[in-house]
Design a protein around this ligand. Structure first.
Ligand code: CAA
Length: 260
């Protein structure tokens, strides 16, 4: 597929994926959703990539939401299908075996905030803004936002944000636990890349299993989550990475993981 709205650069085991539609503040239309899904699918299959940074083009927006101009003419059926398409992308990111870091470089609204919430870590620039303005448009968040925001920050704060349609600054997003960290815009990309590279150095299977345990564990009882964790823990003892990681510790050298 010709991904004209998505840029993807891979180096040192890290893929930087940029939503590149700055004239519309990187709004997610059907083409962008399909291209993003296709790009991330390729990254998931690429064993040289160990971590992903997701960001938006320009200095104003990460993603300012789903494309309102495209949605304006949708029928009820098309709206439902559009939400399902977005949700499929969100769930794909959550199920990817590689960590995905959102570098939120401006507005993360509606579908843009939903995209950031699908990521494993959110680093934001000082000019970033978070919000769900959907109710000001007569709709509700449709790419998993009502579910994911509530799980992340709890129902009362989620309701305050979603029912008001209010847009909050990065500092409040940090205070509420939406952003992991807030840094000057000029430092954002390097900060996200630094974390991605740090993650990429570790045993890739272990990092993927840790993500799997945390993401899937959120939907389990604590006991099932414990059982799931110990199963994954056991499986890792069948990997070469476990032999290498523990062997390197015993031999007092740095581990060289192969992702096998
Ligand atoms: N969809 C389509 N186009 C958008 C867009 C969006 N979500 N957000 C911005 N744009 C376009 C604008 O229409 C404008 O295009 P034109 O120059 O052709 O008019 C261009 O991007 C620049 O935007 P503004 O001139 O509006 O920039 P601003 O600095 O004055 O305002 C903003 C910035 C506050 C983010 C404002 O653009 C805005 O409110 N955008 C919409 C935000 C929103 O409501 N997002 C939620 C969408 S619904 C959703 O996402 C549903 C879901 O859960 C799946």
């Amino acid at each position: 597929m010709d991904a004209k709205n998505i840029q993807c650069e891979i180096s040192d085991g890290v893929a930087v994926v940029t939503v590149n539609r700055p004239e519309s503040l990187n709004a997610l239309n059907s083409a962008v959703l399909a291209e993003l899904e296709c790009t991330l699918y390729g990254i998931e299959q690429d064993s040289t990539v160990k971590a992903v940074v997701l960001t938006g083009a320009g200095e104003k927006a990460f993603v300012a939401g789903a494309d309102i101009k495209e949605m304006a003419a949708m029928t009820s059926f098309e709206g439902h299908r559009f939400a399902q398409k977005g949700q499929r992308l969100i769930l794909f990111i959550e199920k990817m075996s590689k960590p995905v870091i959102a570098a939120v470089n401006g507005y993360a609204l509606g579908g843009g905030l939903e995209l950031a919430l699908a990521c494993d870590v959110i680093y934001a620039s000082e000019n970033a803004k978070f919000g769900f303005p959907e109710v000001t448009l007569g709709i509700i968040p449709g790419f998993g936002g009502t579910q994911n925001l509530t799980r992340l920050i709890g129902p009362n704060r989620a309701k305050e944000l979603v029912f008001s349609g209010r847009i909050i600054p990065a500092a409040k997003g940090l205070d509420w636990g939406i952003a992991n960290e807030v840094v000057p815009l000029s430092e954002l990309k390097e900060k996200a890349l630094g974390l991605a590279r740090e993650m990429a150095k570790n045993g890739a299977i272990a990092v993927g299993y840790a993500k799997n345990a945390i993401v899937n564990g959120l939907n389990m009882t604590k006991e099932d989550g414990f059982r799931y964790e110990s199963s994954l823990f056991g499986v890792l003892f069948a990997t070469e990475d476990q032999k290498e990681g523990m062997g390197a510790f015993v031999e007092k050298r740095k581990a060289k993981f192969q992702g096998k």
